[in-house]
Design a protein around this ligand. Sequence first.
Ligand SMILES: Nc1ncnc2c1ncn2[C@@H]1O[C@H](COP(=O)(O)OP(=O)(O)OP(=O)(O)O)[C@@H](O)[C@H]1O
Ligand SMILES: O=C(O)C1=C[C@@H](O)[C@@H](O)[C@H](O)C1
Ligand SMILES: [Mg+2]
Length: 183
Amino acid sequence: MQERLQSINLYLIGMMGSGKTTIGQILAKQLDYRFIDTDELISKVANQSIAEIFATEGEEAFRDIESQVLSQLCAYQKFVISTGGGIILKKMNWSYLRHGIIIWLNVPVEELYNRLKEDTTRPLLQHPDPLQQLQTLLEKRKSLYAQADLEIMINSGDTPEEISNQILQKIPSILKKQSDSLN
Ligand SMILES: Nc1ncnc2c1ncn2[C@@H]1O[C@H](COP(=O)(O)OP(=O)(O)OP(=O)(O)O)[C@@H](O)[C@H]1O
Ligand SMILES: O=C(O)C1=C[C@@H](O)[C@@H](O)[C@H](O)C1
Ligand SMILES: [Mg+2]
């Protein structure tokens, strides 16, 4: 598989809580790739949590930093890159993501809510009705996430290892599509 992948990066996209960070780490180990998470990188570089950046500089400033970070990462190879949930919002980001294989972790909102209801670190969920907020965000973003090369439908109960294996199984079909479109 590593040979067929030819060091191309894998980008995980999806809603907050969909498991991009968790599954990205497993996938990287399985492929002998390096792992990076754009949220963690931004937080390190800014020396602030994502919530602090949103609070002090605002969402737009965060989105600009996110784009810059992504533009630099796509120059590297052999990375699994877990992205922030809103990375799909900027059109420019798609031109960076398209350097690699884009994988959408599609998780039902009820499951996202169960995972995140106790978590206070996601600024966009600091809302009186977080379940409704997740539903609204997903409705707005679904057509963008759907532009991924690969959609992984996740049911509650699917373990991160199972999901990672499912991705590995499906990657060859994407590589085939890509090579067919070049012929
Ligand atoms: N398949 C799974 N089954 C159960 N829990 C999971 C699964 N995948 C992730 N989780 C849990 O859900 C929570 C969110 O996962 P994670 O942080 O990986 O999501 P994320 O997509 O990176 O979110 P964000 O966009 O906010 O960074 C974590 O507590 C994680 O342990
Ligand atoms: O869905 C979103 O817009 C976000 C998701 C997180 O990964 C962070 O990037 C930030 O909290 C914004
Ligand atoms: Mg994450």
